[in-house]
Design a protein around this ligand. Structure first.
Ligand code: ADP
Ligand code: MG
Length: 609
């Protein structure tokens, strides 16, 4: 991956991450603030219920004490005549708005009930106790059919006669007016039977079912022994979350208020938050509850809107990151890319290459250093090459001197014997003369050959490059060998290859050297295969000369291209040196691979025209 792409990717990722965090944080804050709103709504509801309850209680109290006072005489009279008490009571009840109106006697037995005549004779101890006490606070009670009531009890003034009391009140379900609370639905749970007191909709029934589960009155395991005065509605269960996470959130919201976890209910795709206000009796048992449900539709809507707009911003941000990446790449990564490209060129062997860059700072320093390094590398290489060349020529000169010395000695001794024979005037002088001159001519001839070959090698002219077909050059060369080496088979595998720029004569001389060596390496016969093909590096053609000869030992392989290196008695050791020289002058390469007693393979690469 290129540096530029990487930078852009990193930018994009960081941006996406930031945007993601913002979206998550924002939607969290939104849902949280909605939760706070719901919490507030639940508190308002609680206050509303308290007020309603108080009002109902006052009304009931007023009515009950009014009836007890104004009908006291009739009540006392009626109590003494059991047959008439029901009629009297119905009469009195006709004049009140209360849902419940009952009359009890001194042992707490209900002697008349307007709303439920069947309660005649039932003992209401709780009412009796209240009648006897001074407490006139309203009571929350649950009556037959799971109906919650707000009731008051008032003793009837009886002027010394046995006690009587009036019980009066209202059904909560019919009297509670809870509107404008922000809730979608409000349910009244009486015992474990829920009924709707506010709102209507398709999900009411489903909600009802689920609500019963979460708001079921808790079984009081330890009912308080003493009658304690508790508020009708206790505060919604306040769970103070002490975990670090919640403390954090609280800090985030900047509020001191304790966290209230309102339960959530799912109906289909909709989510409801439920606020539960338990309704408690005076003995602190839960008789029921008022449950308000708030749908999260609005909060979800705002969240979606926010996420959508943030997403838009994020897209724009990524686009901006790409633009920024482009400019950054221009100022930062381009010089580095230039440097990388340049080092690549230099590493591939082109030491004349100079990296050009408008970099600044460290990168400029780096570029300059690489350029300086390339210069000194080139100088070193040239120095090494010339040293190598000098050493090579020293070798050549030494070998030459040795080669020349060999014929010099026979010449010298021939001349000496000739002189001696002449001076001593020998009879066989003629024979000696012939012998000696013959030796001298022979040795001089050998000297001439050495000098000729040397000058041929040393003064080898630069190749005259012309466009030519490599296959044709090889074919022409091979005509020299037709039928010549009897035991050696020469086969060719020519591919259709592009033309090359070459000096036909020099190339032919090279191939002669290689083929001659191959033939010499197969004294007992064998096969030489010559093939040409297009190299995988497309600007080069390849020629391979593979024989099945004696092969070359690894130590020898290193030396075969050196001038005067030979393993043969009558060899000059110049053949492969010439071949190497010609191929390198053609800007090609020649390599040898060999296995002793298996064969030798020369691979030549030549640039195409
Ligand atoms: N095809 C071959 N098989 C075996 N040895 C080879 C082959 N080609 C070259 N050589 C080795 O390389 C040496 C150098 O070859 P060359 O330069 O042509 O000199 P010369 O043929 O005069 O010995 C040879 O003496 C021989 O040892
Ligand atoms: Mg040779």
């Amino acid at each position: 991956m290129k540096l530029r792409t990487r930078i852009i990717l990193v930018y994009g990722t960081i941006f996406l991450f930031l945007m993601g965090s913002v979206v998550v944080a924002a939607s969290f804050l939104i849902s949280n603030s909605f939760r706070k709103v719901h919490q507030q709504d639940v508190e308002n509801l609680q206050n509303m219920i308290d007020n309603e309850y108080k009002l109902l209680g006052e009304r009931a109290n007023n009515e009950v004490s009014r009836i007890a006072k104004s009908y006291g005489a009739e009540i006392v009279h009626a109590l003494s005549a059991v047959e008439t008490v029901r009629d009297t009571w119905r009469l009195i009840g006709g004049g009140t708005s209360m849902d419940i109106l009952e009359l009890g006697n001194a042992d707490g037995t209900i002697v008349a009930s307007v709303h439920d005549p069947a309660r005649f004779g039932i003992n209401d101890k709780e009412a009796l106790r209240f009648a006897k006490s001074k407490n006139r606070e309203p009571l929350l009670r649950i009556r037959a059919g799971n109906r919650l009531t707000v009731e008051c009890i008032s003793p009837v003034p009886t002027k010394g006669k046995a006690l009587a009391f009036v019980v009066g009140g209202y059904f909560l379900k019919d009297q509670l007016k809870l509107e404008g609370t922000g809730a979608d639905f409000i349910f009244l749970l009486q015992g474990n039977i829920p009924s709707v007191i506010y709102g209507e909709g398709a999900s009411v029934d489903e909600l009802k079912e689920k609500l019963v589960e979460i708001a079921q009155p808790r079984k009081e395991t330890n009912p308080p022994k003493q009658e304690i005065k508790t508020p009708l509605v206790s505060k919604v269960n306040i769970q103070q979350n002490k975990s670090l996470k919640h403390k954090w959130l609280q800090w985030l919201k900047g509020s001191e208020q304790p966290e209230i976890e309102l339960p959530k209910i799912h109906i289909g795709k909709k989510e409801y938050t439920a606020g539960i206000v338990p309704l408690m009796s005076r003995r602190n048992t839960q008789l029921g509850a008022i449950i308000a449900t708030f749908s999260d539709t609005q909060s979800k809507l705002i969240q979606i809107k926010l996420i959508r707009s943030l997403f838009g911003v994020a897209l724009a941000g990524i686009f901006a990151a790409y633009i920024a990446g482009y400019f950054i790449s221009k100022s930062v990564t381009k010089p580095i890319q230039d440097l990388v490209d340049g080092v690549g060129v230099i590493a591939s062997g082109n030491l004349d290459h100079r990296i050009e860059s408008d970099a600044h700072g460290e990168v400029k320093f780096l570029v300059d250093s690489v350029n300086d390094m390339t210069v000194s590398l080139k100088e070193n290489r040239e120095r090494a090459i010339s040293a190598e060349r000098i050493a090579a020529w020293q070798d050549v000169a030494r070998t030459m001197a040795h080669e020349i010395k060999n014929p010099l000695w026979p010449i010298q001794s021939s001349i000496r014997s000739l002189k001696r024979a002449y001076q001593s005037n020998r009879d066989d002088f003629e024979g000696i003369f012939d012998e000696c001159t013959e030796t001298i001519v022979e040795e001089v001839e050998s000297l001439r050959k050495i000098v000729d070959e040397f000058s041929q090698f040393a003064r080898m002219p630069k190749p005259q490059l012309v466009e030519c077909e490599l296959n044709e050059v090889i074919k022409d060369t091979l005509t020299l060998y037709t039928g010549h080496p009897e035991k050696v088979e020469i086969s060719t595998e020519f591919e259709n290859i592009p033309k090359i720029l070459g000096d036909k004569e020099q190339l032919s001389r090279t191939f002669i050297n290689i083929i001659t060596n191959a033939v010499q390496a197969m004294p007992d016969g064998g096969k030489l295969t010559i093939s040409t093909s297009l190299n995988s590096q497309p600007e080069f053609v390849k020629a391979i000369f593979a024989d099945t000869g004696i092969g070359i030992s690894p130590e020898t392989q290193e030396k075969i291209f050196q001038p005067y290196f030979t393993t043969k008695k009558s060899g000059t050791g110049l053949g492969m040196a010439v071949a190497h020289r010609v191929i390198t002058d053609h800007k090609g390469t020649i390599e040898v691979e060999s296995k002793e007693n298996v064969g030798t393979k020369f691979t030549i690469l030549l640039p195409t025209a």
